[in-house]
Design a protein around this ligand. Structure first.
Ligand SMILES: [Ca+2]
Ligand SMILES: [Ca+2]
Ligand SMILES: [Ca+2]
Length: 472
């Protein structure tokens, strides 16, 4: 039935996307693909079987069999459609182009159609121009995708599976308007590297970062990023986001790796951090390694699970020297070694004397309020430096407040505390007064230091005696 439509499809190339039959037979493993609506038909087509037209990989018209040949034939701003297949070639792009693979628009984290797989042992996709899009490929190399040249402005890396021996995705120059969305990036050294500066308006959303070793996500410490989204990623690879990031939002990620970040005028919200009881979870950069200490950061509504272990990496959340205007609220810290700690200055940090002990003083504008701090294994809050840490109005898992290893250590103001688990509404009135059980406890001012079993206070001695007698 469909075979009989074939001549019509050949005549009406513009409608070719409606015709899924390949009279020459598809490449092994290649199922018929419908890429693009006719209105979005690409300018050039590539298929490793040497036959396709834009919009139809199964057309019998001869075309480029390598991506490099199509890139060489393209004019600036054109779109190149790449059909499923194997492309063992290094692709170098030196002008604005869009490379559109068979999984364009399809996340790298889920089910995919047959891939266009580009593979070399060296740098596989080299981008040396602004406004280049690479969407919907599988890419394997020493460097998977490597952005070089004077500027990375307008680079879009979307919906790819990228594996790199040294780097999966690496940017040498800074730039404005960079989207890294929907990719699965794997490397045992670096899954993502931003080396250049300055960057602006960088979105890194809905990706997965994986690798067994290395600093997986690394931003150069002398760089800057103004305007930053890091949302809904799955981060399984140590992240050192050392660039000075301003106006950033880190939200809704699942983070299964230690993460260190330098943030300014930014927020960290609605993330889940998992430490597996062996690694620390989140550290805010201070002035170690010459960083500009994090300032004006809201850390709220995050879940920290099983973070930290004895030794240097002991925390769910750690504040480093010099951070200021930090608000930590409505988070849950569950089963951490230390829930929240302050970082001692270590040898190699600049500036100041070495080594520890507590040799720096907290800024006063750090507030830890209305969090749940539960089942900590060493300390719920561990302040190892000078200055008082404001930790009033937290819920410690009991109306009786901190206890056992779920406690506060060092100079921490933790009273009053919440006497209920509702972080939005529980009263901040702990410690609760001892319950009056006989009327003698009401006399001689005793009514002022006793209370009811629900934690409420008495108005006067008579109120107290009535409670003892009637329970009301
Ligand atoms: Ca074909
Ligand atoms: Ca093919
Ligand atoms: Ca207090």
């Amino acid at each position: 039935m469909l075979k009989r439509l074939w001549p019509l499809c050949g005549l009406l190339a513009i409608l070719a996307a409606a015709c899924a039959v390949d009279s020459s037979g598809p490449t092994a493993g290649e199922s018929p693909q419908l890429f693009l609506t006719p209105a979005a038909v690409a300018d050039l087509a590539v298929d490793d079987d040497g036959m396709a037209v834009p919009g139809n990989c199964d057309d019998a018209t001869p075309t480029h069999s390598t991506i490099s040949a199509a890139v060489g034939a393209a004019s600036p701003g054109q779109t190149i459609q790449v059909c499923p297949g194997a492309y063992p070639e290094a692709v170098s792009i030196t002008q604005s182009l869009a490379l559109v693979g068979p999984n364009a628009g399809v996340s790298g984290l889920g089910a995919r159609a047959a891939e266009a797989t580009i593979t070399t042992g060296a740098t596989t996709v080299l981008i040396g121009a602004e406004d280049v899009t690479v969407d919907g490929f599988a890419i394997v190399g020493d460097f998977g995708v490597y952005v070089t040249g004077a500027s990375s402005s307008g680079i879009q890396v979307l919906n790819n599976l990228i594996t790199g021996t040294s780097r999966a995705l690496s940017f040498d120059p800074g730039g404005d308007g960079i989207n890294i969305l929907g990719n699965s990036l794997f490397s045992n050294v670096r899954s993502l590297h931003l080396a250049g500066s300055p960057f602006a308006n960088v979105k890194i959303n809905e990706n997965r970062f994986s690798g067994a070793a290395g600093t997986g996500v690394f931003f150069s410490g002398n760089g800057s990023i103004a305007g930053y989204e890091f949302k809904s990623n799955e981060l399984n690879h140590l992240a050192n986001m050392a660039a000075r990031i301003s106006n950033g939002v880190v939200s809704m990620n699942t983070i299964n790796a230690r993460t260190i970040i330098d943030l300014h005028n930014s927020s960290i919200t609605q993330n889940t951090f998992n430490g597996a009881s062996l690694r620390p979870c989140l550290q805010l950069f201070g002035m170690q390694f010459g960083e500009d200490p994090s300032t004006n950061v809201m850390i709220s509504h995050n879940q920290f699970n099983d973070c930290g272990a004895a030794g240097s990496g002991s925390y769910a959340l750690q504040l480093s020297e010099g951070v200021d205007q930090i608000t930590i609220t409505k988070n849950t810290f569950m089963n951490s070694y230390d829930g929240i700690s302050t970082r001692l200055r270590f040898v190699g940090d600049a500036p100041g004397p070495e080594p520890p002990p507590a040799d720096w003083t907290l800024n006063p504008n750090i507030h830890i309020n209305r969090n749940a701090i539960l089942a900590s294994r060493n300390h719920g809050i561990n302040n190892t430096v000078l200055g008082t840490l404001d930790a009033e109005c937290n819920w410690w898992g009991s109306a009786a407040g901190p206890a056992g290893t779920n406690d506060a250590s060092g100079d921490v103001d933790y009273t009053p505390w919440l006497t209920g688990a509702d972080l939005d509404n529980a009263p901040c009135n702990g410690p609760l007064p001892p319950v009056a059980v006989n009327k003698d406890q009401c006399k001689n001012g005793g009514w002022m230091v006793h209370g009811r079993a629900d934690g409420s206070r008495f108005k006067n001695q008579g109120d107290c005696i009535q409670y003892v007698n009637t329970g009301k």
